[in-house]
Design a protein around this ligand. Structure first.
Ligand code: CA
Length: 223
C-alpha cells in the first residue's frame, strides 16, 4: 500500500513517513502542493494524507486531482484548524476523513487503516486460504506455503483488492519502493512464482491474467 504524505512541517513529515514505513507502507513525502501534484501525476496511491495549510496553497485543492485519477484513493486531511466549520468544509471538499492537530500517531494509523478497510485485523481469510501479512505467512488447509518477498506482497495486494482488476502499474506503485526504476516485467516474474510455488503444487488458481488490464484474484473459482 502506498501513501503520499503532504506536510510542510519537516519533522512531522519525517515522523509520519518513518512510522508508516515501519508498518510496511510505501510512502512518498511532499512538503508543498507542487510536489504533491507531481507525485499524484506519476504514481498511484491508496491514500493521500495532506495538511490543509501548505506554503503554496491549500491541501484541499489536491482532493479533486486525486479523486479524478482514482475514486478509490482515500484522502485524509490533517489540520490545526479545530473549529467544526473547517472540519465540515474539508469533508465537503471531498476528504474522506479529517484529523485535528495535534494527533497521536497511533490514532492516525488506526484512522488510516479504517479508511483502507483493513478492519480489526490484517489477516486475510478466503475459504481455506489464510494470508497473514504481518508474519509474511500463507496457510492452505493449515499447511504453510513457502512464498516470501515480492510474490508474497503481490498475492496479498491482489487478495486485498479481490473485487477489482489491478493493473501492473498499480502493483508496482503499491509494492516497489521506486516503481520507476523497475520494469513491469518484475510483476510477471512475481506472478509466475506464485503460480509455480503455490498454485501448481496445491492444484488451485489464485490469480487470473486479464488481458491488457492486469490481474485479478480469483480464488475460489466460482462455477
Ligand atoms: Ca502546514
Amino acid at each position: 500500500m502506498r501513501i503520499l504524505i503532504v506536510e510542510d512541517e519537516k519533522t512531522l513529515n519525517t515522523t509520519l513517513s518513518e512510522g508508516l514505513r515501519e508498518l510496511g507502507y510505501q510512502t512518498d513525502e511532499a512538503e508543498n502542493l507542487k510536489d504533491a501534484e507531481y507525485f499524484i501525476g506519476i504514481r498511484n496511491y491508496d491514500l493521500v494524507l495532506t495538511d490543509w495549510m501548505l506554503p503554496d496553497g491549500s491541501g484541499l485543492d489536491i482532493i479533486d486531482q486525486v479523486k479524478e485519477k482514482s475514486q478509490r484513493t482515500a484522502v485524509v486531511v490533517v489540520s490545526a484548524r479545530d473549529d467544526i466549520e473547517s472540519e465540515i468544509a474539508a469533508l465537503k471538499s471531498g476528504a474522506d476523513d479529517y484529523i485535528r492537530k495535534p494527533f497521536e500517531f497511533d490514532v492516525l494509523v488506526a484512522r488510516i487503516e479504517a479508511r483502507l478497510r483493513f478492519g480489526g485485523t490484517n489477516i486475510i481469510e478466503i475459504v481455506d486460504l489464510i494470508i497473514n501479512p504481518d508474519e509474511e505467512k500463507i496457510y492452505f488447509k493449515d499447511e504453510e506455503i513457502e512464498l516470501k518477498g515480492k510474490p508474497f506482497e503481490v498475492l496479498t495486494h491482489l487478495a486485498r483488492h479481490r473485487d477489482q482488476i489491478v493493473s501492473k502499474e498499480q502493483l508496482l506503485d503499491a509494492i516497489w519502493e521506486e516503481p520507476e526504476l523497475v520494469t513491469p516485467n518484475v510483476i510477471e516474474v512475481a506472478i509466475n512464482q506464485i503460480r509455480q510455488k503455490m498454485d501448481k503444487p496445491l492444484k488451485i488458481d489464485t490469480i487470473e491474467t486479464v488481458r491488457r488490464r492486469g490481474y485479478r484474484f480469483c480464488y475460489p473459482q466460482v462455477a
